[in-house]
Write a protein of this length. Structure first.
Length: 221
């Protein structure tokens, strides 16, 4: 899929019951992330991390959902290990999809052809999809099965997407929430002061082109 395209709907069984994906998302943003298998070391660290920061996704009107190519009864047993690893307790904060048929992994092209599992089939890669409330794909990252993902980066990108949807800015390298932003090249000079009342810094560059325009992070409230 290309960014901006509609993310396909699907109906699946999860550790929290059967869901229709689009209906489950409702008016929220969504993060779907996949895993090669249950009871695997890297995946256990990832789900533990996601559970520990689930409230951060909630603050951003974002639902998270995991996928692994094993059945629900296996997921439920695995959750006990995940919580033990992370020293967590209580209800697990997000659903894990039963994709034991591998149907969804194939449909969303989440296979790592370089990593072959015990069954002789390609493992599911560590895919990350961010979907907006209009059910459009806004971010896609495919990590190999051997490399754990960075959830702090996923939060960072989510912050950037939500900010830049509302304001005419882009976020520069290594940007974090609240950091300075870049004014979009499409914003005309005569619009700057009304759109960015907190001020603008114009950086001089050898080309003489006035395209590096920096402004404090706009308030999105």
């Amino acid at each position: 899929m290309n960014l901006g395209e509609s993310f396909p709907n699907f109906k699946v069984s999860t550790t929290l019951g059967d869901i229709d994906f689009h209906q489950w998302l409702g008016d929220s943003w969504g993060v779907l992330f996949s895993h090669p298998a249950d009871f695997t070391p890297v995946c256990t660290t990832e789900l533990s991390k996601a559970a520990s920061i689930s409230n951060e996704f909630g603050k951003r009107n974002t639902k998270i959902i995991a996928l692994s190519c094993d059945p629900i009864h296996s997921h439920l047993e695995w959750i006990k290990d995940i919580q033990a690893y992370g020293k967590q307790a209580g209800e697990f904060p997000f659903p894990i999809i039963d994709d034991s048929s591998r149907e969804l992994a194939v449909k969303l092209k989440m296979l790592d052809l370089d990593e072959i599992g015990n069954s002789g089939l390609p493992l599911t890669c560590r895919a990350v999809f961010i979907i907006d409330p209009k059910k459009r794909l806004r971010l896609s990252i495919l990590y190999p099965a051997s490399t754990g993902r960075n959830f702090d980066e996923i939060i960072r990108v989510l912050d950037s997407l939500q900010l830049t949807d509302q304001k005419k800015v882009a976020t520069p390298v290594d940007w974090r929430q609240g950091g300075d932003c870049m004014i979009l090249p499409t914003v005309k000079e005569e619009e700057i002061h009304s759109l960015f009342p907190e001020g603008v810094e114009m950086l001089e560059v050898p080309s003489g082109k006035k395209y590096i325009r920096i402004t404090p992070c706009p308030d999105t409230i």
